[in-house]
Design a binder for this molecule. Structure first.
Ligand SMILES: CC(C)(COP(=O)(O)OP(=O)(O)OC[C@H]1O[C@@H](n2cnc3c(N)ncnc32)[C@H](O)[C@@H]1OP(=O)(O)O)[C@@H](O)C(=O)NCCC(=O)NCCS
Length: 155
């Protein structure tokens, strides 16, 4: 199976935080952000594999800074590593206030997707070759995270 470049399936998505996305303090709801993270990562997994991908797991997500009503939220997803039928996708979340010209890295998340056929049977994913130093680092770190995930799965 031909190997693909990680850069070919990078997805960038920008959302505007509206009142229906926030709590009573005007902060973006965690569940809304998790939904955007899932969509951004799923698009990346599907683009890389050129197939339907289902979310198998989401690693821990920490919320370091509140994202406020009116902020622009940009999510960037890329393939960290392909295993067999699964792949790890990393998502970086940035909150921007255009008026102030500020941009804050608010979250990172790692999700595992499984490529499946029309009846949900896992299918082999084309390999992804890391090229840049960052891609190589993420590729190495993804193996360690997978080992921990599989240990947890077998508990
Ligand atoms: C994900 C799913 C396809 C895995 O099916 P399965 O029969 O357990 O498949 P297998 O045991 O053969 O594992 C297939 C791959 O999934 C990976 N996997 C399965 N569960 C996993 C988990 N919880 N976390 C990470 N990877 C997982 C396996 O490591 C394997 O990867 P590999 O082929 O790259 O080594 C199946 O559990 C499923 O359809 N789940 C529901 C998905 C869904 O609806 N998602 C939306 C969530 S609301």
């Amino acid at each position: 199976m031909a190997t693909k470049k990680i850069s070919e399936s990078v997805i960038t998505m920008t959302e505007l935080v509206l009142p229906q996305h926030t709590n009573q303090l005007g902060n973006l709801l965690g569940g809304q952000l998790m939904h955007w993270i899932d969509i951004c990562a799923a698009l990346c997994a599907a683009k890389h594999s050129q197939n339907i991908c289902v979310t198998a797991s989401v690693d821990r997500i920490d919320f370091h800074h509140p994202i406020k009503l009116g902020d622009a939220v940009t999510l960037v997803s890329s393939v960290n590593r392909v295993f067999n039928t699964s792949l790890e996708v990393g998502v970086k979340v940035y909150a921007e206030k255009f008026k102030e010209g500020s941009k804050l890295h608010s979250n990172s998340a790692f999700l595992t997707f499984v490529s499946v056929d029309s009846v949900g049977k896992p299918m082999i994913v084309p390999p992804a070759t890391p090229e840049t130093e960052d891609e190589k680092r993420r590729f190495d770190e993804a193996l360690y995270r997978r080992e921990n995930r599989l240990k947890d799965r077998n508990k």
